[in-house]
Design a protein. Structure first.
Length: 409
């Protein structure tokens, strides 16, 4: 059982500051609805219907990246999912935000601006240092309680995640509660047959470190996405580099090169790499090329190829457990969904224990008509899910547990 307090322990008629994770894919500056809104809406609705004053914190993207936007669009999607009005103020702890918070009545909901627009938010620091920031010291006195529902950001030591539990009574939201229970159970279970991990996505740094940590618990890794191309580069293929406007590879290569080479050297027998890749052909169609035929990377590769999927499917079918983190291709574009959907279909057809992790990746399930019921657990977490797999501590969970401990003393 988790050692933190939950909404069942929250006093009535509270002014509650709630941290969600609404980090979403952004297309043309607009957030795309996804499972995170649906899951967090349950916590927000429960708090509002109980008569609490509900103020929400969330982040979007990272400074300098295209997906670093205001949360105005997120408020609209969340309101639709909650079925109640969700106010929005483009401020986090300035006068405009403080006035909007003060004006809230019981049962009302207000979303504040992207926490990563605050200078105090991102620099990784101890919870004690984060509790002393102007951001936390300004907002905390306005509330009776803090609720952290952002399991999928729980691996970050950011002010909105680890600062408030030191200065307010702190509770887990319903998403935090269910994700924590599912993911820690996964980390402790033992399996009789082969354990397979499918690794892809754009956050190669997250997943490569975990491959190193999981090496005694996973029998084989099936690679795609950005991580897969970086491993192909380490294996001597002229791919895994940035071309044109792309900035997904070179910086992550420099940061992870040595670890990739050592993991490949030590566990090469357990690591399956794509044998072909897909890209946009001259007429905009999906084109494929064997990796052995690539002389130089001249275009972005956007999916693993058909032969690779055919190679990965038997490995999945004979597995006792399959964990997925990250898509094998840009599945949002139907032309490049074959890798991700092919692997998900293969998993859905087995009765193995399966977990699909990744806020963006889990969107592929509903986009391509698969059912969550086909998988043991569909996590909306990415990096946090991966760290739970390896038993690594999640700073935001630890601060909730410490807060509960202080209240018991
Ligand atoms: N070869 C590729 N080139 C560019 N993007 C890719 C490639 N393969 C997969 N992707 C992108 O990876 C994304 C999913 O992986 P990503 O690591 O970003 O998120 P996630 O695994 O769902 O977890 P998180 O919750 O951390 O976002 C998809 O949006 C997909 O478009
Ligand atoms: O989407 C996620 O993985 C979480 O929101 C964490 O986002 P980050 O990797 O930008 O901290």
């Amino acid at each position: 059982m988790p050692a933190f307090n939950t909404l069942d322990d929250l006093s009535a008629d509270s002014r509650v500051l709630v941290r969600l994770d609404l980090n979403s894919p952004i297309e043309d500056g607009t957030p795309q609805d996804n499972r995170r809104f649906e899951r967090h809406a349950e916590t927000v609705r429960e708090l509002a219907e109980a008569g609490h004053r509900v103020v929400l914190l969330a982040h979007q993207g990272r400074p300098g990246r295209d997906d670093f936007t205001s949360l105005g669009g997120h408020a609209e999607i969340l309101a639709d999912r909650v079925g109640r009005d969700v106010g929005f103020v483009a401020d986090t702890y300035g006068d405009e935000a403080l006035e909007a918070i003060d004006a809230l009545d019981a049962g009302e909901i207000l979303l504040l601006e992207n926490t990563r627009m605050c200078d105090d938010e991102l620099p990784e620091a101890s919870p004690e240092e984060k509790a002393e920031t102007e951001f936390v010291r300004t907002l905390a006195p306005l509330f009776d309680a803090y609720v952290n529902d952002a399991y999928s950001a729980a691996h970050r030591k950011h002010a909105s995640l680890v600062g408030f539990p030191l200065v307010l009574p702190a509770y887990a939201g319903r998403v935090m509660e269910t994700e924590y229970e599912a993911n820690t159970a996964i980390a402790t279970r033992e399996f009789d047959g082969p354990v397979t991990m499918v690794v892809g996505g754009t956050k190669a740094t997250d997943v490569i470190g975990v491959m190193d940590a999981l090496d005694d618990r996973v029998d084989r890794f099936l690679l795609g996405g950005v991580a897969g191309e970086l491993f192909l580069r380490a294996a001597g293929h002229p791919v895994g580099r940035d071309v044109g406007e792309m900035d997904l590879f070179d910086e992550q290569w420099e940061r992870n090169r040595e670890l990739i080479e050592s993991v490949l050297d030590e566990r090469g027998d357990a690591i399956r790499l794509a044998s072909d890749l897909a890209y946009e052909g001259p007429d905009g169609e999906r084109a494929e090329v064997p990796v052995d035929d690539i002389g130089e990377k001249e275009t972005g590769y956007l999916d693993v190829g058909t032969t690779t999927v055919a190679d990965y499917e038997p490995a999945i079918r004979e597995s006792d457990a399959v964990f997925v983190k990250g898509a094998l291709g840009v599945f949002e574009d139907e032309r490049f969904a074959d890798g991700t959907v092919g692997v998900l279909d293969a998993i859905a057809e087995t009765d193995c224990f399966s977990v699909v992790g990744g806020g963006d990746t889990s969107r592929a399930i509903e986009m391509y008509g698969l059912s969550e019921a086909d998988f043991s657990h569909v996590s909306i977490a990415g990096g946090a899910y991966i760290r739970a797999l390896t038993g690594e501590p999640l700073p935001a969970v630890e601060t909730l547990e410490a807060a509960a401990e202080r209240r018991r003393d």
